[in-house]
Design a protein around this ligand. Sequence first.
Ligand SMILES: Nc1ncnc2c1ncn2[C@@H]1O[C@H](COP(=O)(O)OP(=O)(O)O)[C@@H](O)[C@H]1O
Ligand SMILES: [Mg+2]
Length: 487
Amino acid sequence: MRGEPGIGKTALLDFAAAGAAGSRILRAAGVWSELELAYAALHQLCMPLLDGIERLPAPQRDALGVALGLSGGSTPDRFLVGLAVLTLMSDAAETDPLVVLVDDAHWLDRSSARVLAFVARRLQAESVAILFAARDEGAVDELAGLPDLRLGALSNADAGELLDSAGIGPLDERVRDRIIAEADGNPLALLELPHALSRAGFAGGFAISDRTALAGRIEASFRGQVAQLPEETQRLLLVGAAEPLGDPVLLWRAATALGLPVEAAAPAEEADLITVGARVTFRHPLLRSALYGAASPEQRRAAHRVLAEVTDPELDPDRRAWHRAQAALAPDEHVAAELEASAERARARGGIAAAAAFLERAAELSPDEGRRAQRRLAAARWKRLAGLPDAASTLLADAARSPLQDRDRAALQRLRGQIALDLGRDSDAARLLLDAARRFEPVDPVLRATPIWRRSGRRRAPGSSRTASRRRRERLARRRPWWELLA
Ligand SMILES: Nc1ncnc2c1ncn2[C@@H]1O[C@H](COP(=O)(O)OP(=O)(O)O)[C@@H](O)[C@H]1O
Ligand SMILES: [Mg+2]
């Protein structure tokens, strides 16, 4: 299902869940945050199926175990992770049909999006249904080609009925018509804009209806509602908005650290802005982004600082590192190094996009220009492998402006060549790769022995004796193969 914010995607997922009695329902949602954590959504979905993991064929079990952080091991193959989830879901569906609901898919981490799309494409006779809900803009590439349903606006008559049922009280006919026109058939706007109007009064008039600005106006209405709450409640809400997990324990710990009483949540719950249960949920994701966007940079940093303090460094080092990074005021090598370590952990689990995101942030926070450029280079490498060539190119352009060692300069040029190759710009690629090879020659002893452009296309004479060929094999084994430099 695709559609703009507030059009009713989550409501329809709830409807689907209610209509799927007798089926087992699994739900997960992408969460807005600058933090990309590999396989976070998949983790959410697979945890209830965990007992089935033991029954998976060993290669699938191992791959999924590493991806979900349940066990250590070599970087899991994406295909095997996908296959593991497919097997897990089909096995689970043998007892009861399985309905998988994935909300806000536009915020899924890329690793999870790929795996879930892989599974969705391969469902055949299994009693498994997967339903994704996503915004139109920046739609998830991974889901392209799956059958989709675009949610459109409510008719004026339906919009009027919804407005009347919203409990706002009788409205002047002219005002009512204006709200309906302004909301443009968006249910969330119909429910929220009257709040903004009742405060601002009706004298000011409205902006001309513009769909792209609608989300902004809904956010403004949410901000207005939040501004009426006590100061302590507002601070608590900001901490909640800065915490992508929706973990109530973390929220209470942070509240305690800030000296906020538990009762601070009550006014927000009464106003139906948040619900604190097994998870902290906001009435709508736009409320979360409105809260976060309205806070000053210093307020945001304070929220992340306290969240970093209360996040367990043993259990959740990556999330802690990320909060520390968001809390950092100036470049800080400690924080940058911590993020670099998180990148390595993410990479080991096969979270390439996550590794790239951590490294990019580590670069921004590096005080030393040389380290910053090296981290940008590393981030670019993973961005490219995550299928994000534009982001990779931007990072390379930034890195190229800094002083780099010759070897890094050569690596940068090689990466540019590889990106050109990926994008089918073959002649650029050839030029860049040859240039890279020339730059590698003086800095790489192996390549100095046999420069790549002199070797290419030339076949070596086969060994004349077994000893000669063995010696050559040994020599080759000691030497770094040239293709590794291109890989
Ligand atoms: N067809 C509808 N009729 C009445 N209310 C609706 C309808 N669709 C959505 N809503 C209400 O509008 C609000 C926003 O819907 P939601 O499903 O959260 O939007 P989305 O998930 O697309 O951002 C919710 O309060 C929801 O209950
Ligand atoms: Mg929604």
